[in-house]
Design a protein around this ligand. Sequence first.
Ligand code: PEP
Ligand code: MG
Length: 883
Amino acid sequence: GKLVYAFGGGDAEGRTGMKDLLGGKGANLAEMASLGLPVPPGFTITTEVCTAFYANGRQYPDGLREEVASALAKVEEVVGARFGDASNPLLVSVRSGARASMPGMMDTVLNLGLNDETAKGLAERSGDERFAYDSYRRFIQMYADVVLGMAHHDFEEILDDYKMDRDYVLDTELSASDWRGVIAEYKRAVEHRLGEPFPQDPQAQLWGAIDAVFGSWMNERSKTYRRLNNIPEAWGTAVNVQAMVFGNMGQTSATGVAFTRDPSTGENAIYGEYLINAQGEDVVAGIRTPQSLTRDGRERQGTDGPSLEEAMPETYAELLSVFETLESHYRDMQDIEFTIQEGTLWMLQTRTGKRTAKAALKIAVDLCEEGKIDAREAVMRVDPSALDQLLHPTLDPDAPRDLLTRGLPASPGAASGEVVFSADEAEAAANAGRRVILVRVETSPEDIHGMHAAAGILTARGGMTSHAAVVARGMGRPCVCGAGDLRMEKDGEAVIAGGRRIGRGEAITIDGATGEVFFGAVPTVEPELSGDFATLMGWADGFRRMGVRANAETPLDAKTARGFGAEGIGLCRTEHMFFDAERILAVREMILSESESSRQAALAKLLPHQRSDFTELFTVMRGLPVTVRLLDPPLHEFLPQSDEEIAEVARAAGADPEAFSRRARQLEEQNPMLGHRGCRLGISYPEIYEMQVRALMEAACDVVAETGEAVVPEVMVPLVATRAELSRLRTRIEAVADAVFEEKGRRLDYLVGTMIELPRAALTADEIAGDAEFFSFGTNDLTQTTFGLSRDDAGSFLPAYVKNGLLPQDPFVSLDKEGVGALVRIAAEKGRAVKPDLKLGICGEHGGDPASIAFCEGVGLTYVSCSPYRVPIARLAAAQAAI
Ligand code: PEP
Ligand code: MG
């Protein structure tokens, strides 16, 4: 097929819908060109060429050279200049452009086509000798770095020495002949290092750059970025070759970047930065501090120089109308790059802008209210996982704080942690369970693994649109960047901020919403969930079919869950109610008792505690269903460990410590996760479950009597493998419930159901359904038992499986659809075949994972249940799955 697509000069061979083939950048350049916007002409080499290149041992497909040559000829014709022509040279940029944006991960070369001859030609033609040689030296530096594998700083050193020798401070002090001198030294350095001269042939330069950009698809940072963002390697990148335009041709030239709405807050106001007399990389590299695009933005963005609106009002007006065209064409906030060459505006890029979760919400709601999209689309626009950012704490406004310094508010959320100074350190500390703030002079794309591991990121340099700030926002990490008064100590052991020294390991707090940095750990408060959040969640609820419940045991968690919109409790893990000091003693006494009567005595001590727990829980959840799971303790978590602990239990029970110690040894298991757990315990010691059912039925009757509102208990039996287990326990549950109703003189509706968390239960679900009113898939255990993979031990080797591509994702995080999912599907079908109105839920961790929730929708589950903080994520994900 076609390998190269041309654009510019008023039309284009590609369009936006061809992102898979042309990459995001190429497709959007084509689209802008066909909208009639001013786009420098160029062409895109497709992602299929990249894929073929790697499939064929780094060989290009036949015909590529011919297609590139003819596309280049078209560019020459539109521009009216020739590639390599000494008197009127065409210069091009060569850039990557994958399907999904990968900011800063791959390579770019600008000013390509310059050599000793064409530089002279450019000087004459532009009438600006200094500009021409400055461009040439930039090209040598960039090309040597990206294509020839030399280091950027080798050239910085040469330049610094050159300036030092002549007492120059700023680059602007160098004249054209100075730049020629620097160029001579640069070329010498290249020849010295590589044993051959800097390539003078523009064709050789072009193919060198194309090779390098395709090559950068497989560099380490691209691979890491793809892994973190689930971007398949098979997608490949496109290469865009485009006529150069120059923002550095004097005071009527400029270059800039803009978001059509504020990417941090979502406010409907242009957010942009620009630099007069500069090239694009100068803005994003954070070398000079860019100025605000708009007059209003000067204050918001904290810049003091004139805005573009003030400096070039006519070009600004033209730019504004381009923004409007693009936003209404794409019906979404755009992230735009432009250059002004001697007063003429050129568009270099547009793409859907990355944004914080807060901005995503506001923009979706605003676009809907502006009539640009409908509610359905608004709901689809917000990534459920990104809501996590909003649900995170912010600084407690009443807490004392000790301000160290300030930077730019690059990514919202507050975080505190120990200071570390390298990405590797951050990763190691996070793996050891420590919360860290990664502090860097500037965050480069090589740092992404450390940014991912850190609780927050703080940098001394770089603007809001620096590549690293964009990456932090995408990851949802709080980030403060460009904190100008930050100084790293030479030995890399400490940082100086606000005149104070903070050593490695000392705590600081950053507020990514304000840009403030504080000494020590500042307490945080929970977020406020109203406004746009409530509006969008309301729309989502209108599209949602599945219910959303929470996994909660404590009244506090239950309140949080209700606040987040949970429609009931899908899993109350009763063993979690026994961990406090007084109760654990009675639990241990119960476990270690050898006779039923002493076990009954221990249970009698637990009953009032259980009853009051359930009373509180039912009171909070009035009117909503509450699924109480009967005790499922991996026994080892409850057994006393030391002699002192055994003695303490024996004392409380009035028993012989020797006997208890013997019994504790008897109860020790080789493999507690597959041992005397779940309903097996209830089968061995029915009195335990009887106590629990009594406590919960008494509590339910009391709350109904007290409030007059319904309480809907659902009694759930864990780890069932056979119908016989469930039948036996069900009989007991019903007997206790009847007894309580008799005593209380009141009957309540309640359900008895089971967890499905063993393959045998899933495969025999038609039998089990005979004794169950509901199933709840315990996909934590179902994953453990389907893979034969210990939940508690998988952490030591599973990450390597994911890293090496043996598993697409950690199956304990995102449901394994093919294996575990097949069992869920079988159980759901078999269960419903017997009992069409069987309620089906999921309460493993997967109940809060958007991809797993989409699977649950496909299987037709009744509800998902997840931890309280994930309830909003689940509501939105369930809505998207249903749309
Ligand atoms: C499960 O196994 O998925 C489950 C919810 O139960 P637990 O995590 O308590 O074993
Ligand atoms: Mg389980």
